[in-house]
Ligand binder design. Structure first.
Ligand SMILES: *Cc1c(COP(=O)(O)O)cnc(C)c1O
Length: 422
């Protein structure tokens, strides 16, 4: 039986496997909580974008914030991927993993001068600029360094991505991007500033989008702007359509990357923009369904209104349920021949918001392992040390091979850099 999202995660008999390794086996070897990623699932997800884009000048820039483990970045770098970064720290990670700076786009509304200098010194492909003040600061920093910053303006197309309000970014009321009405004037300003070279246009309307319509609407708004900007004599070379494609957590049916990209390319060609380079910044859709979080059942706690299944992973390991009330599938790592009980799966953290799943039917006993599904994106990368819990270990699987790609944090890692007063 295969589970939602990835053919690389499946039961063989009673045991749940990621590629050639059983999750129970990995849990015994590396301990829990444990993030496990499938290399083949990541490469399959990337290949869907690459198939649709083949024969066209393009760049797929993996959005590092979805999962920034060095080995994950290494897999994508080796597959020819570029990267979308939002901080200097992410740029350090990309370079340490073998990523090429000339394939990096730098997004984010709050880049500091130090971050701009770092990115200019290593020579990133492009800055996705989100405001007029940022444009002026970037011009100053580049001029001081004697470098040219290639820029793309992130425009806010004012379309509703139909997703959770916290991960919707393309509406007028959001903090992101340059308002559609201001865009032409801002491009004119950019073209007149020293140290800058206008190379593209960018938009990113949100995350976990499960429909092609908002993408096509945003694209139309972006192409209108490209035409208006070029009419002012400012040429635009590339179209960066951001990331945001959703994945299946439960019963969502997002378009495949291949279908989405083909539809967008057809619209681009239909409107006479087929000669432009196309950039995408997918995060979740490249890694989300490639990872699971394995956790051990510590206690079962029956109650009058609810039964609780207390596990050793918590909101500090996986914030999505607590933060967005996100649904994530939870299944046993080995199936038992016994009736299921309806349970809330919760962690040990001292907050009622610390839950991983509500009202789940599970047949488990203490000591069993369960896997939280589709945890490859915005899982480990959002983990914290809340309650002074060391962060989980991470393992990357390819076929029968498993590499420990991040060690579990121990006590010395927990308070590294802290000092007692004298
Ligand atoms: C977060 C983000 C992405 C990736 O979003 P996903 O939903 O993970 O695909 C891409 N571009 C920008 C600017 C982002 O902020």
């Amino acid at each position: 039986m295969t589970l939602p999202g990835s053919p690389h995660l499946a039961y063989r008999g009673p045991q749940l496997f990621v590629e050639g390794r059983s999750l129970n086996g990995l849990a015994s070897e590396f301990g829990t909580p444990l993030y496990v990623y499938s290399k083949a699932a990541m490469l399959d997800a990337l290949a869907a974008y690459q198939r649709a884009l083949s024969g066209r000048d393009h760049l797929v820039c993996y959005a590092v914030k979805a999962n920034s483990n060095l080995a994950v970045l290494q897999v994508f770098a080796q597959a020819g991927c570029g990267f979308d970064i939002v901080s200097s720290g992410e740029l350090h990670r990309v370079l340490a993993a073998g990523g090429k700076p000339e394939k990096v786009v730098f997004s984010g509304i709050g880049k500091t001068r130090a971050e701009m200098r770092h990115a200019l010194e290593v020579g990133v492909l492009c800055f996705n600029v989100e405001s007029e003040s940022e444009l002026e600061v970037l011009s100053g920093v580049a001029t001081e360094l004697g470098r040219v910053a290639r820029v793309s303006l992130r425009v806010n197309p004012d379309v509703d991505a139909g997703t959770h309000p916290y991960i919707s970014t393309g509406l007028k009321g959001n903090k992101f991007g340059i308002a559609h009405e201001r865009a032409v004037a801002t491009y004119r300003r950019a073209a007149g500033l020293s140290g800058l070279e206008v190379v593209g246009i960018d938009c990113h309307i949100g995350s976990q989008i499960t429909d092609t319509t908002p993408y096509l609407d945003a694209l139309d708004r972006v192409l209108d702007l490209v035409e208006a900007v070029e009419a002012q004599g400012v040429p635009i070379h590339h179209l960066d359509l951001g990331g945001g494609l959703g994945i299946t957590y439960t019963d969502e049916v997002p378009p495949s990357a291949e279908v989405l990209v083909r539809q967008l390319l057809a619209r681009i060609d239909g409107r006479g923009h087929g000669h432009r380079k196309v950039v995408f910044e997918p995060g979740r859709s490249l890694v989300g369904n490639a990872g699971v979080l394995v956790t051990e059942v510590l206690y079962l706690k029956p109650g009058e209104q609810k039964n609780f299944c207390i596990v050793d992973a918590a909101m500090n390991d996986l914030a999505r349920p607590a933060m967005y009330e996100a649904y994530m599938g939870i299944v046993p790592c080995a199936r038992r021949d016994m009736p299921a009980t309806r349970l809330d799966v919760v962690g040990p953290v001292c907050e009622s918001g610390d839950w991983l799943g509500r009202d789940r039917d599970l047949a488990v006993v203490p000591g069993d392992h369960v896997a939280v599904l589709s945890a490859g994106a915005y899982g480990m990368s959002m983990a914290s040390n809340y309650n002074s819990r060391g962060r989980a270990a991470e393992v990357l699987v390819s076929g029968e091979q498993a590499w420990l790609v991040r060690e579990r944090e121990d006590a010395s890692a927990l308070f590294k850099g802290e000092h007692l007063i004298t």
